[in-house]
Design a protein around this ligand. Sequence first.
Ligand code: APR
Length: 315
Amino acid sequence: VPERKVAILGAAGGIGQPLALLMKLNPLVSSLSLFDIANTPGVAADVGHINTRSEVVGYMGDDELAKALAGADLVIIPAGVPRKPGMTRDDLFNINAGIVKNLCSAIAKYCPHALVNMISNPVNSTVPIAAEIFKKAGMYDEKKLFGVTTLDVVRAKTFYAGKANVPVAEVNVPVIGGHAGVTILPLFSQATPQANLSNDVLTALTKRTQDGGTEVVEAKAGKGSATLSMAYAGALFADACLKGLNGVPDVVECSYVQSTITELPFFASKVRLGKNGVEEVLDLGPLSDFEKQGLEALKPELKSSIEKGVKFANQ
Ligand code: APR
């Protein structure tokens, strides 16, 4: 198994800590680099006592960012502030956009060949921000930049299994579009195992998937947004990226990437992962009329979120 260094930026946070734990359990990782503006020595000492393959080092503060990133094969970014009740993902924009901009400038400098898994919200905008920063630095490779939308897939699978009465572990559901509200479009017409669900149930499942983040924000009542399920989803996607890097064939996951599959420059859909990141963006497949409407409905919002990110990065 090749040596692989994974860096987590924002590793001491609500997502970062369980993500660090899950990556410590991943046998594909040989070096785990935990970066944050505070508290990473403690997190690294704690996680580092677990008797699995990887060596864990904590890095704290901007002075240590270069060391945290040097030699990384994969950088996962959950740094930022979480969503509070009443806040939309877009309300986070200004704070998180600035954080992402700085971290991506450092990636461009210290590990320009790494795959980047963006978790910091609003992902619909932070991924285009990263792309712009990388372009300016002259190292942008669109095959290596990913918005992590795996939590939407995880939620769609869980909610679908409950209604379709099928074992959740066997369920597959592609989720396309973006990573906020109506831009999230689960394709239940392509779900396996297929079940005969009424249009009302499919509409409700779609809505619940789109509002999954808000469901958690409200249940946490002021204490933040999804952390544990997001960490799980982030670890799942990172594992898929590492498998791709290692040459495992047929690794396919949904992700928000630069693509020409629609007229929008970034779009989430199924991608095949390989030794250089995105190997192929798979086509959307047949959509139901309901899904076709959802696809048209999401485009204006996704387009404006992308433009907002591009504008921020260039101002
Ligand atoms: N560099 C590195 N880490 C940073 C920076 C920075 N410039 N700024 C903030 N952080 C760290 C914080 O110190 C904190 O440890 O990011 C972490 C964020 O953790 P939480 O506040 O607990 O937030 P969390 O719930 O993990 O969500 C983080 O992920 O899903 C998104 O919307 C969510 O954008 C938010 C992000």
